[in-house]
Write a protein that binds this ligand. Structure first.
Ligand SMILES: Cc1ncc(COP(=O)(O)O)c(C=O)c1O
Length: 430
């Protein structure tokens, strides 16, 4: 038995499924998860000391590359002055000021420790602000694991759960709670219009992944987004952009800056913490002022605004703000996708690609899908084989066909060439 297998067996005795987040378990693709010992730049090494090119980058946060020396230095300095105070610090103001500047729809923000907390809190705030209960989410979008959001919730749940119509995608979620969550197909303007026509005055919020990344990468149409903004404004519903994945990943100003949409609230996570547990939600001051201690919507956290996480976040934001960062990241990601597409074409494999900033999707299909339903019709068996052929050659892709992939600024031309060369071998063997 290899060391990864030995560790996986050991892990399964004390951790359910051997992992602390379900998709890590390789359930969709089969095989043994790799246990990571260290990472640097675009690479990580597993327990058998095998090197992999990482195309997940901790599911998004590591945009500056693993163990980026500047971020490491900032974290070390912060750690020397204690890990947590439970009292306010200047660093929290600095990061909030910086984020408000980079994402102008955010007039005020509150920090939390995970994306799940950010979306859960944003929803409570939207409900408190509007005095309404109903929320709308879109099929295949994942917004963390808060109860009322675990309906048709993409990624891990798409891979594992039997998510039947109108039922929670997870056990332990009361049907009574889920009845306040309406689920609509992504990119379906008519469905959106119909629901607002019937129930507009009861809808507290619409939450959306502005580029969906939890059912592979799916982009919204401009018309869909325009309708969404228009209907929410018209009916006094709060539009929540869940940019936990897209924030500082697709552009410095997030998806909203590329789409020209001003949401009422935005959720952030992943990149903003540079790999440390940190997230935030923010938006219009009028809404944010309903939060305790100013208003009656309660929300709190022992480790919120943690100084070590703030240090990592501030340094990461400084790095991504440097001139040319997103041009380079976007260019490299596009180059990678083009290389994969050409390799697939040479082998006559139906294959489509898409990307935005440092986030990408590839699909074993003739065309890029536009909805959850279309994604589930792509060739999952081909994906599974491709995943393992790439893994064997030291390229680590997300272990599910329902996940987007991520690059970093450390993915230079030599790294891209290595990935494309591996893909050429893999496509020929499919
Ligand atoms: C769009 C989106 N929202 C929310 C979350 C939840 O974030 P976390 O895993 O930090 O709780 C995720 C996680 O992948 C996400 O992709």
């Amino acid at each position: 038995m290899g060391k990864n297998e030995i560790l996986f067996e050991r892990a399964q005795k004390v951790i359910p499924g051997g992992v602390n987040s379900p998709v890590r378990a390789f359930r969709q693709v089969g095989g043994t998860p790799r246990f990571v010992t260290k990472a640097r730049g675009p690479y990580f090494w597993d327990a058998e000391d095998k090197r992999y090119i990482d195309l997940i980058m901790s599911w998004g946060p590591m945009i500056a590359g693993h163990a980026n020396p500047e971020v490491v230095e900032a974290v070390k300095r912060a750690a020397e002055t204690s890990f947590s105070y439970g009292a306010p610090t200047e660093g929290e103001i600095e990061i909030a000021e910086r984020i408000c500047q980079l994402v102008p729809s955010i007039e005020q923000m509150r920090m939390v420790s995970s994306g799940t907390e950010a979306t859960m809190s944003a929803l409570r705030l939207a409900r408190g602000y509007t005095g309404r209960d109903l929320i709308i989410k879109f099929e295949g979008c994942y917004h963390g694991h808060a109860d009322s959001l675990l309906v048709k919730a993409g990624s891990g749940l798409l891979t594992f759960a039997d998510s039947t119509q109108n039922a929670p995608s997870s056990g332990g979620v009361p049907q009574d709670l889920v009845k306040h969550t309406l689920v609509l197909p992504y990119n379906d303007i008519a469905a959106l219009e119909e629901v607002f026509k019937k129930q507009g005055s009861q809808i507290a919020a619409v939450i959306i992944e502005p580029f969906a990344g939890n059912m592979n990468l799916i982009k919204p149409s401009t018309e869909f987004l325009k309708t969404l903004r228009q209907l929410t404004s018209q009916h006094g519903s709060v539009l929540i952009y869940d940019e936990v994945m897209t924030g500082f990943r697709v552009a410095l100003g997030g998806a909203q800056s590329l789409q020209g949409i001003t949401p009422d609230l935005t959720c952030l996570g992943k990149v903003m913490g540079g790999g440390m547990p940190m997230a935030a939600f923010g938006g219009k001051k009028e809404i944010m002022s309903k939060l305790a201690p100013l208003g009656n919507v309660y929300q709190a956290g022992t480790l919120s605004g943690n100084p070590v996480a703030v240090a990592a976040g501030l340094k990461t934001l400084e790095i991504v703000s440097r001139e040319g960062f997103y041009e380079c990241l976007t260019g490299q990601t596009e180059k990678l996708m083009l290389g994969l597409k050409q390799a697939a074409d040479e082998a006559n494999i139906p294959f489509a690609v898409d990307s935005v900033g440092g986030m990408f999707g590839f699909y074993f299909a003739y065309q890029v899908p536009t909805s959850f339903e279309e994604v589930t019709k792509t060739d999952i068996e081909a994906f599974k084989k491709f995943f393992h052929l790439m893994l064997d050659q030291g390229v680590y892709l997300a272990p599910s066909a329902y996940e987007a992939g991520f690059t970093s600024i450390a993915h230079d031309n030599a790294v891209l060439e290595e990935i494309i060369a591996a893909a050429k071998v893999a496509f020929k063997q499919l």
